[in-house]
Design a protein. Structure first.
Length: 320
């Protein structure tokens, strides 16, 4: 494609089919000529034998072979012209398809000179130029496309850049001074959405539940459990987390990786918040959490989360 681009005109002028040129390869022509020569020698020999036998027989054979040769020559020329025209039209359609692909496909192509200055942009990239007051032609590549410093030695082959709020995979053909930009925005968005949708399994454990509730009467215990349930319900609803109480002091958590990112940004402040919340009621409760995500089954994720919870409890609890 690169070699072809050196000869193509990008101002709407397309190549036209060539006329009058035979496209038969030389070896094929030589073989055909040899075959025709052999057939002519055979015909001459037959005509001579015919004249030796009878003049009338020789004349009939001569007229017959001349007529057949004339028809064969005419058929050969007509077939050759049709074949040449077909090949010429097919070549034209292929070349035109290549030009249309370069002009219309959403693929960015940049041609630069030895000073890394932009000399030509594909129409796909030129559409972005309308939104800028200054032309991109003549500017340094890295000044227009941030992160595309092909002049530097640290430049990585086949990198990815973000330009005009879109993600592109870059391919550089240094031998031809050409850069290809493949729009992978949809792929990146799909990948991000898939990462955000990964399942996370977790355990939330009330570290000192038995110690705090020891000595409480039934009414006080019920009020304390209601207090904890209300707090956890509000917290899980705000973070789109499903929770289920498995034991008196243990909860199962199901959430998406995106919500786990929110918890990490908040530094799992529920650990501190619930301690402060319960301390105001003279029942200081601490919690520990273990969370796991990955490509495994829910059983495997739950086992990994349990190991993380055991690790947190082994460090004294009150942490995630």
């Amino acid at each position: 494609m690169v070699e072809y681009m050196k000869h193509i005109k990008f101002k709407g002028e397309l190549m036209k089919p060539s006329n009058g040129k035979r496209i038969f390869p030389q070896p094929a022509l030589k073989s055909v000529r040899n075959l025709v020569g052999l057939m002519l020698l055979i015909q001459v020999a037959i005509v001579i034998i015919g004249f030796l036998s009878s003049v009338w027989l020789g004349l009939v054979l001569l007229l017959m072979f001349v007529s057949l040769d004339f028809l064969a020559l005419r058929f050969y020329r007509q077939t050759g012209e049709n074949l040449d025209q077909y090949i010429s039209n097919l070549s034209y359609q292929i070349k035109r398809g290549e030009q249309e692909a370069i002009i219309k496909l959403p693929v960015g192509i940049i041609i630069y000179n030895d000073n890394y200055e932009i000399e030509w942009l594909s129409p796909y990239l030129q559409t972005f130029q309308k939104n800028t007051e200054e032309s991109m032609i003549g500017q340094k590549v890295y000044n227009v496309f941030e992160g595309l410093d092909i002049e530097g030695e640290a430049f990585l082959e086949d990198p990815q850049i973000e330009w005009n709020n879109k993600h592109y995979k870059v391919r550089v053909e240094r031998n031809y001074n050409v850069i290809y930009l493949e729009n992978i925005t949809n792929y990146m968005e799909a990948k991000l959405e898939m990462d955000d949708s990964r399942s996370v399994v977790g355990w939330l454990f009330l570290d000192n539940y038995d110690e705090v509730t020891n000595g409480l009467d039934d009414r006080a215990l019920s009020n304390f459990n209601s207090l904890i349930t209300t707090y956890l319900s509000n917290w899980t609803r705000q973070h789109n987390i499903y929770y289920k109480r498995i034991e008196n002091d243990k909860y199962l958590l199901l959430l998406r990786h995106k919500e786990l990112g929110r918890l990490e940004e908040e530094k799992f402040n529920i650990v501190n918040n619930i301690r402060e919340y319960t301390s105001k009621r003279n029942l200081p409760l601490t919690i520990s959490m273990g969370l796991s995500y990955g490509e495994g089954s829910f059983v495997e994720l739950a086992n990994h989360a349990q190991k993380d919870l055991d690790l947190a409890l082994g460090r004294g609890g009150d942490q995630a």
